[in-house]
Design a protein around this ligand. Structure first.
Ligand code: NDP
Length: 314
């Protein structure tokens, strides 16, 4: 069995490779060409979790699962908060083919999926972005989204201003984009065309009343029916598109809070990003509309990435 370690994933799974892979995977998913179960999560002690995500890709017959631990407290220790393996099986023989580093795949494929969504949902001229959070996903989101829009400025907010400043200057050096730390989340999103929430916050850090008309929002940090990064106003006031509609109806915390408050019903999740990409669902309907891409993260993204790495396509 082949083992693909973190370094290899990082060097081969570039955004040029991963963005089209994820785009195709989400189209196949929304066409019903893939098979998967809803993500299962086993809660561990101290807010830690173990996630189990099985699935099968239609076209190549590959199947497998991502097994991933989520230890949010690792961030303060400088260790990845998401660690695990993607195990890939051969659709012809049933044999396991490879184990790939799930932490690195998750970091890259999640941001690639947000880039795909941003590409179709943000206004064409969107060039100012705010990122709430300065962890691993913050870095990968900046790298990925700068592939689909020519960013002129990026504002970073996080709970610790010193960490935000260090992160901003490191990302500015790396990307050549003007990246600055903001004193508050509200200041960060002021004037932003694109907003990404990539924190482990359990209560809203982003409020609909802060957003200018026409903003596109990627809600990424909450991946189960518990923590919510955005308030009910933001959900209710937006065109709300899911990675997986079934997943978001069951596990999308921001949506579920708005539904429990009686502000929206299931029809508010108008569809999936794969449908928008496939041209069967309209994405943004006007320049003034607020659009939301709700990302829970999907195993087809992990399997597509691991498959490309295994087959040498990445
Ligand atoms: P990291 O552990 O690398 O970073 C976590 C970030 O959240 C840090 O900036 C941390 O900063 C911040 N944070 C933690 N608590 C709070 C809070 N209460 N308010 C504001 N900021 C907070 O995680 P990742 O970057 O890997 O992931 C970010 C989030 O995205 C996680 O919740 C993760 O589970 C989720 N995720 C979602 C995926 C998807 O597919 N949708 C895939 C992968 C991750 P500080 O503690 O200093 O405030």
């Amino acid at each position: 069995m082949k083992v693909i370690d973190r370094e290899e994933v990082r060097s081969r799974l570039t955004y040029e490779v991963c963005i089209p892979l994820v785009r195709q995977a989400m189209i196949a998913f929304s066409r019903g060409e893939t098979r998967q179960l809803l993500r299962s999560i086993i809660p561990l002690a101290d807010g830690r979790m173990f996630g189990i995500m099985p699935g099968a890709l239609g076209e190549r017959g590959l199947f497998g699962a991502k097994l991933i631990s989520v230890f949010p407290d690792n961030f303060a220790k400088g260790i990845q908060s998401h660690q695990g393996v993607v195990v890939l099986f051969d659709g012809q023989s049933g044999a396991p083919l490879c184990l790939a580093h799930a932490g690195e795949i998750t970091a890259i494929r999640t941001a690639a999926a947000s880039a795909v969504a941003t590409d179709v949902l943000a206004r064409p001229g969107a060039d100012r972005m705010a990122i709430l959070g300065y962890g691993e996903q913050a870095a990968t989101h900046l790298r990925a989204i700068s592939q689909v829009r020519r960013l002129r400025g990026v504002a970073i907010w996080g709970r610790n201003p010193d960490r935000a400043a260090v992160f901003a200057s490191a990302m500015a050096r790396e990307t050549g984009i003007e990246v600055v730390a903001s004193d508050s989340a509200e200041m960060a999103v002021e004037g932003a065309d694109i907003v990404c929430t990539v924190t482990s916050a359990s209560e809203p850090i982003l409020f609909g009343r802060w957003l200018a008309p026409g903003t596109h929002v990627n809600l990424v940090g909450s991946s189960f029916a518990g923590p919510a990064e955005a308030d009910i106003e933001l959900v209710a006031g937006s065109r709300f598109i899911a990675d997986s509609r079934e997943g978001v109806l069951a596990q999308g915390a921001e949506f579920l809070r708005a539904k429990a408050a009686g502000r929206v019903d299931d029809s508010h999740v108008v569809g999936e990003i794969g449908q928008v990409l496939d041209g069967t669902l309209q994405g943004r309907q006007s320049d003034e509309q607020i659009t939301v891409y709700k990302s829970l993260g999907h195993v087809v993204q992990d399997l597509a990435a691991a498959g490309a790495l295994y087959e040498g396509a990445a």
